[in-house]
Design a protein around this ligand. Structure first.
Ligand code: C2O
Ligand code: CU
Length: 476
């Protein structure tokens, strides 16, 4: 069989080309989620990953299906995804489908939408995926530990008509905190120093679980590159050292294609960006992937020229991502206006906050592992921050009174950023996570059209655990 593009991945696997393509770095779907009676098993358990350069020991991690990152789950837009989580971890866990406008019962939040799955237990997740785009999954119980140990994977929802002649490739970026011995630094889990400052920042950045990712690419190739930041707390500043890069989607939702302003893509924890890259590498050329959030240029991966006689396209491929079926009709005149004050952290001026119904001073809070508050409350409450009738437009004025940036994530909905520091933005993006900078404010709006109980929290996972978490309700 000749390798004419486009072939479905299924065909490729059948025709025995899998190995070849793997060598070229093509993303082989390790799993297809399908609408069948039998859910696909996804096992969370201890494992090992080769995160460090050759010759160094493997790292003991927690993984889905034994691989880092976890298997990419692929589905077509509108399809049902059925996954049976098997918990082989020594602690309870859940699966949260980040960015999916999901049926509330499948959102994976312990105590709010389900009970956590105990060690040895299973839980069936079954939901349809309304939006095409780049999403991910991760635990929502002790996520500050479980994500840091390696539990996460991508959920890619394909457009009904996949683009022709464009290679689909994903990069999952994570910073691990490893000790000298190459093992996960366990002693620092739960350290108040991290929890009250930036969160757990790692010291080893991997792309797709590798310390230096190499992606082979032929001359004159087009790629849709899906980037996902699964770091606990690091805001990544990534750059692909190649001209002609267009941003085409953020957080799983298409944006009007635009060139990357300064060549950098800034991704907060939880955020995704889809890029369209026209590679023009000549023999011997490479295009580096670099990261600069640590103050120095760190090469973390590279695209490497590789000859192949396969012509993937005849004319210039086009990537026009159709809009997803979001409620984009914001009724701002009649919106439910909510304020969300973010306080606390090191060098902040939070004197006290409510925690589990009790007013506590900073010392008392720290004793409970709390360091941050939302509207004066640290941690979850029995009653929601607000309740919205279904279909009501909600605006949330996020005010960061701390000296730390926060990646605020809303479950079950995508929102638009209307203002930053009181200035209207020109932003057309529909986001599920927004980075609110030091002492910055951001006003967002969305239509509360998904009934259920939904979390709002900082995706710097230590901040979430140390108080920056709340929830809202949308009436049925
Ligand atoms: Cu990706 Cu509530 O989290
Ligand atoms: Cu935060």
């Amino acid at each position: 069989m000749s390798a004419r593009f486009p072939l479905t991945r299924r065909c490729l696997l059948k025709s025995g080309m899998a190995l070849n393509l793997a060598a070229l770095g093509l993303p082989l779907a390790r799993a297809w989620a399908q609408s069948t009676e039998e859910p696909r098993l996804l096992t969370a358990g201890p494992g090992e990953a080769l995160l460090l350069p050759a010759g160094q020991p493997p790292t003991r991690t927690w993984l889905y299906d034994g691989v880092s990152p976890g298997p990419t789950i692929r589905a077509r837009q509108g399809e049902e995804v059925a996954v049976r989580l098997v918990n082989n971890l020594p602690q309870p866990t859940t699966l949260h489908w980040h960015g999916i406008r999901i049926d509330n019962a499948m959102d994976g939040v312990p105590h709010l939408t389900q009970e956590a799955v105990p060690p040895g237990g299973t839980f069936d997740y079954r939901f349809t995926v309304p939006d095409a785009g780049t999403f991910w999954y991760h635990p929502h119980d002790r996520s500050w530990e479980q994500v840091a140990r390696g539990l996460y994977g991508l959920l890619v929802v394909e457009e009904p008509e996949p683009a022709e002649g464009i290679r689909d490739f994903s990069i999952v970026a994570d910073d691990w905190r490893l000790g000298e011995d190459g093992q996960i630094d366990e002693a620092s889990f739960g350290h108040m120093m991290d929890w009250s400052h930036a969160g757990r920042l790692g010291n080893t950045l991997t792309l797709n679980g590798q310390d230096l990712l190499e992606v082979l690419i032929r001359h004159n190739a087009y790629m849709r590159l899906r980037l996902c930041n699964t770091c606990n707390a690091r805001v990544l500043q990534l750059r692909i050292e190649h001209p002609g890069i267009q941003l085409v989607a953020l957080d799983g939702q298409p944006v009007a294609p635009r060139p990357l302003a300064d060549g950098y893509i800034r991704l907060a924890p939880g955020e995704r960006a889809d890029l369209l890259i026209h590679f023009y590498l000549e023999p011997g050329d490479t295009a580096a992937i670099t990261e600069v959030s640590g103050g120095q240029r760190l090469e973390v991966g590279r695209f490497v020229y590789h000859p192949t006689d396969r012509v993937l396209h005849r004319s210039e491929p086009r990537l026009e991502l159709p809009a997803n079926p979001l409620s984009t009709d914001l009724d701002l005149a009649n919106a439910l206006a909510v304020e969300l004050l973010m306080e606390g952290g090191a060098m902040g001026n939070m004197a006290q906050a409510m925690h589990h119904g009790q007013m506590m001073d900073m010392r008392g809070l720290v004793g409970k592992g709390m360091a941050w508050s939302l509207n004066g409350t640290a941690g979850m409450t029995d009653t929601p921050l607000f309740t919205a009738p279904r279909g009501r437009t909600v605006t949330v004025d996020l005010r960061n009174e701390t000296v730390w940036p926060h990646a605020m994530h809303f479950h079950g909905h995508h929102f638009k950023v209307l203002e930053r520091n009181g200035q209207a933005t020109e932003d057309d993006a529909w986001k599920d996570t927004v980075l609110v900078d030091v002492r910055e404010s951001a006003k967002i709006a969305f239509v509360a059209d998904n009934p259920g109980k939904w979390m709002i929290h900082c995706h710097m996972l230590e901040h979430q655990a140390a108080g920056m978490t709340t929830w809202f309700q949308v009436e049925a």
